[in-house]
Design a protein around this ligand. Structure first.
Ligand code: SF4
Length: 335
C-alpha cells in the first residue's frame, strides 16, 4: 500500500473541502481492498466516521431515513426496516458475508465499485480504472459482466444487492457538498458507462451521501428479492430481481421492479411496471414483463447464459411476490 495522509473531520463543511486525489472512507470494505490492490491510490483519505450520519429515523410523512454511516447489518435488523421494508432487509442479507455487513455502511454500499476482474488488476487495460486504455473484459473472461446498459468502453456489472432493493422501493439519496444539499432519486444516482465509465455515479467533488430516504409505500406484503449466484453465500448476483406489488382483489394496483447482476447500474424499466398495473397476476403477463425488462440486452463472449436465466428469475420473482411468498434469505436451499 502507498503512503497517504489522513483526516477525520467533524463538520460537513470541513469534510466537503477536500484536496485533489482524496478519497472518502466509511466502512472501508471496498476502498481498503482497492488500495491494497493498487487500484485506488489516494494521496489523502478523509474518514467520515465522526460525522452525524448514524441514525435510522422515521420522518413525519412516515418515510424512513437511513443514515449513511449505519451499517448494512444494523439496517437489515432495524425493527422499522424488518416490519415495513422487508424487501430491503432481504436484499441486504443476500449480499456479502455477516462480517462484511457488520462493517459496510449504507453510503458505502451505494458508492462501491465494480468487481470486474480486470478492474482489480492494474496490469490489464481497463477504461474504468485508467481512462482510454481499453476494456479487457470485451472478448475476455466476461461471464459475470453486464448485458444491459453497456457501452463500447465498459461492460462491468454494478455489484450491489441493497441498491437493487432501493431502486425497487424508489428511494432517494440525500447529498451535501460545497454547493449545498440536494436529493437524487436512487434510480438516477448511478451512471451508465457510456464513454466515461470511470464516473460511477452523479457525485460531484466534495459531495457526501448523508442519508437514504425510503418512501411510505413499502410493499410490505407482496414482495421478493430473488438472487441467483454461483454459491449460496458471499457471492455476487448472476441475476437478481427485486419486486414490490400492491395487490387488491387479484389486481396489481402498483408495481415496482429492479434487477441486479445484469446491468451496469440497478436496472429499472418503467414500461415494465406500467405493464403490470391494473392487471391480474398471470404467467403470460409476467412473460411479457420479462421481455420488456430485457429489451436491448447485448451479450459478449461468456455471458449469454444471463439472457436465458434472467426471464426465469424475473417470472419466478413475480410469481413469489404476487403470491405473498417472498424468498427466505435464511433457508437457502433451491427447490
Ligand atoms: Fe474495465 Fe469496465 Fe472493461 Fe471491466 S468492463 S475491464 S471495469 S472497462
Amino acid at each position: 500500500m502507498r503512503h497517504f495522509s489522513y483526516s477525520r473531520p467533524e463538520t460537513f463543511e470541513n469534510a466537503s473541502h477536500i484536496p485533489d486525489h482524496a478519497r472518502y472512507l466509511a466502512g472501508g470494505t471496498n476502498l481498503i481492498d482497492l488500495m491494497k490492490s493498487d487500484v485506488e491510490r489516494p494521496e489523502h483519505v478523509v474518514d467520515l466516521n465522526a460525522l452525524p450520519m448514524s441514525q435510522i429515523e422515521e420522518r413525519p410523512d412516515r418515510s424512513l431515513r437511513l443514515g449513511a454511516l449505519v451499517t448494512n447489518a444494523d439496517t437489515a435488523a432495524h425493527p422499522l426496516v424488518t416490519e415495513r421494508y422487508p424487501l430491503l432487509a432481504s436484499a441486504i442479507l443476500a449480499g456479502a458475508s455477516p462480517q462484511i455487513r457488520n462493517r459496510a455502511t449504507n453510503g458505502g454500499n451505494l458508492n462501491q465499485r465494480t468487481r470486474c476482474h480486470y478492474f482489480y488488476d492494474p496490469d490489464m487495460a481497463c477504461n474504468k480504472r485508467s481512462p482510454g486504455t481499453g476494456c479487457s473484459a470485451k472478448g475476455g473472461r466476461n461471464r459475470i459482466m453486464a448485458i444491459l446498459g453497456t457501452s463500447d468502453a465498459c461492460i462491468a456489472t454494478f455489484p450491489s444487492d441493497m441498491c437493487v432493493a432501493l431502486a425497487a422501493l424508489n428511494a432517494t439519496v440525500n447529498l451535501i457538498g460545497p454547493e449545498g444539499e440536494r436529493a437524487v432519486a436512487l434510480r438516477d444516482y448511478h451512471r451508465l458507462p457510456e464513454d466515461t465509465p470511470w464516473q460511477d455515479n452523479v457525485l460531484r467533488k466534495g459531495e457526501i451521501v448523508t442519508s437514504i430516504d425510503l418512501p411510505p409505500i413499502s410493499f410490505g406484503k407482496n414482495h421478493t428479492y430473488l438472487k441467483v449466484r454461483d454459491r449460496l453465500s458471499f457471492a455476487f448476483a448472476i441475476v437478481s430481481v427485486a419486486v414490490g406489488l400492491q395487490v387488491e382483489n387479484n389486481t396489481i394496483r402498483k408495481a415496482s421492479i429492479a434487477m441486479g447482476g445484469v446491468g451496469t447500474k440497478p436496472w429499472c424499466v418503467p414500461e415494465a411496471e406500467i405493464l403490470l398495473e391494473g392487471k391480474a397476476p398471470s404467467l403470460s403477463l409476467f412473460r411479457d414483463v420479462a421481455e420488456c425488462l430485457l429489451q436491448g440486452a447485448v451479450t459478449d463472449r461468456d455471458n449469454a447464459a444471463k439472457l436465458k436465466l434472467a426471464p426465469r428469475v424475473i417470472i419466478r420473482a413475480l410469481l413469489q411476490a404476487a403470491a405473498g411468498t417472498p424468498q427466505s434469505q435464511t433457508y437457502k436451499s433451491i427447490s
